[in-house]
Design a protein around this ligand. Structure first.
Ligand code: GCO
Length: 263
């Protein structure tokens, strides 16, 4: 069996009905995995199943909120009963709120931390006992450039993603001895619904200044796409990365290596 082959493996991609999670789900499925995803509304569940079907993939959609431990425990039980095990967890579900800190209410800050940091803790905690029992497991946390950098308006998101980086290292530290690898993918600027406001055309039809800023900062000269994350996810989900643990793999078109194009 080729070391990138995921045949016989079962993956849960949280929030995998669309955007980055979907791109990763498709990649894992094409490498042979059975892909399950969760979301919080029946409409997204149906749309997710349909989206995978259009890509030629049978994916299994479930309703569960990553912030609710009870629902996630039940979800893991359901998936294990239906598909035998969970070999790969991709902690992808996340939200962002772009609000200057002095205007941000504490409940909004807590909500972002809850989904983007506590959610991955809940999901990892729920899959770890099964992974320990079966003697192997892959946990992939979706971090961000904001795991390293700050910028105006994203205090909660950056705090959560910075925390997720350390949760990644801590899971590695705590369970690496049990043949469990926990790594992270840190996407750069990816064209998704979440970043759509940063790319919206100006009233005069010109490109958003932030859009131009990002392209000028990215050696690849473009925004990433969810498909750009599929290969790195397959690598971190497969035997090819069995001795890679606690790492943050930046998939950012080189943005961190570049000072940016001179204006
Ligand atoms: C922003 C963006 C970012 C991205 C991404 C960068 O407002 O700057 O939304 O935070 O979503 O995570 O890696």
């Amino acid at each position: 069996m080729y070391c990138f082959d995921l045949s016989g493996k079962v993956a849960l991609v949280t929030g995998g009905a669309h955007s980055i999670g979907f791109g990763i789900g498709v990649g894992l499925a094409k490498a042979g995995a059975t892909v399950c995803f969760n979301c919080t509304s029946e409409v997204s569940r149906q749309q997710g199943i349909e989206r995978y079907r259009n890509a030629g993939i049978t994916a299994y959609g479930y309703l569960a909120d990553v912030c609710c431990e009870e629902q996630i425990t039940a979800l893991i039980g359901q998936i294990t009963a239906a598909h035998g095990s969970i070999d790969i967890l991709v902690n992808n579900a996340g939200i962002i709120k772009r609000t200057p800190m002095t205007q941000m209410c504490v409940s909004d800050f807590r909500h972002v931390i809850d989904v983007d940091l506590v959610g991955p803790f809940i999901c990892a905690k729920a899959v770890l006992p099964g992974m320990l029992e079966q003697g192997h497991g892959k946990i992939i946390n979706i971090c961000s450039l904001m795991s390293e950098f700050g910028r105006e308006t994203v205090s909660a998101y950056a705090a959560a993603k910075g925390g997720l980086k350390m949760l990644t290292r801590n899971i590695c530290a705590e369970y690496g001895h049990a043949n469990i690898q926990c790594n992270a993918i840190a996407p750069g600027y990816i064209a998704t619904e979440q970043t759509a406001p940063l790319r919206q055309l100006q009233p005069d039809g010109s490109r958003h200044p932030f859009d131009r800023f990002i392209v000028s900062k990215t050696p690849a000269g473009r925004w990433g796409s969810p498909e750009d994350l599929a290969g790195p996810a397959v690598f971190l989900a497969s035997e090819a990365s069995d001795f890679v643990n606690g790492q943050i793999l930046f998939v950012d078109g080189g943005i961190q290596a570049y000072i940016g194009k001179q204006p």
